[in-house]
Write a protein that binds this ligand. Sequence first.
Ligand SMILES: Cc1ncc(COP(=O)(O)O)c(C=O)c1O
Length: 379
Amino acid sequence: MTTVYFDNAATTQMRDEVINRMTESMRINFGNPSSIHSYGRQSKAVIENCRKSIASHFNVSASEIVFTSGGTEADNLILRSAVRDLSVKEIITSKIEHHAILHTVEALEKEYGISVKYVNLKPDGHIDYSHLEDLLNSENKQLVSLMHINNEIGNKLDLLVVANLCKNNNALFHSDTVQSVGHYQLDLMKTPIDFLAASAHKFHGPKGVGFAFIRKNSGIKGSIFGGEQERGYRAGTEAIHNIVGLDEALKLSYTNLDIERDYILDIKTYFINTLQDVFPDVVFNGSCSDSENSTYTLINVCLPIAAEKASLLQFQLDLKGIACSKGSACQSGSSQNSHVLSEILDDEHLKRPSVRFSFSRFNTKADVDYVIEVLKAFV
Ligand SMILES: Cc1ncc(COP(=O)(O)O)c(C=O)c1O
């Protein structure tokens, strides 16, 4: 049976090179990195070399990279510590952030009584920068948390504009870059961002590992207490093989970035054009059809399908071996509307089925042709 994996924003297939390096590491680096004997020292050296190599992609120092279990933990570590340790009294975010941000911010609002402001969105889901500037006018210590690439609609934030706005207004800036690390070059020497979150499984690495970038002297402290691992930010014996996998996946992503971006963008453009031929009334949610202002890795389409057929769409795609998402992966099992699409679509478009197709280097145009053939039954 033909199968097509178009759910790369949910997670990606690991590269063989990553699996090979992890396997080798599991075999060899079994010493506990906290042990002082040669086995431990060897494991410790492996971790520190990975940290150095990861930091070099972002033009930061190794001590600014803290390994975590993934994006969610990195987001939690940063936001919680900013409120607890840096006296942040106000968080400015948007209603279309990932739940790793939204639910954490809601919890902090309840636990610490901080105030939360949501920046206005334009009809295409982009941040209204002038409203952000208005919100940045406060006596309170503020932190802005805005994602670089939206995981559902692919909108791309101008990190430099937001970072400078925050800097000029004495606010801290955290960006959830889970969908952009490994897909975009980020030079943190040039962009004054305080904190980032990243996750290896979004760029052909293993699940269960990511990192937080925490700018030097930020004052952030740890949230998991125990041993001295990760300089006290996060106690617990390190998953060396996962860190090695993260390092290898990131290296390969950035080595092949230009070639793979062009390759994937070609597939995305072909998908957009073919969809428009079959469904002249298709709507591209957010600005995902605009290559300047959205990521090359996904499209989110609102299909003009009659209500009686729409309920069968997701079922039929799955039956035909096509993996894609209704909203984001976290909600694919849920019948509720996506919180992102609910913010930007009108009632009429919300009633229609929207599907996110997200791509990787492992896809081909033949995958697009197959999906289009399946979708033609719904015209
Ligand atoms: C934008 C964004 N932030 C955070 C996360 C959570 O990352 P992780 O799965 O590594 O916890 C995801 C994953 O879906 C994401 O897309």
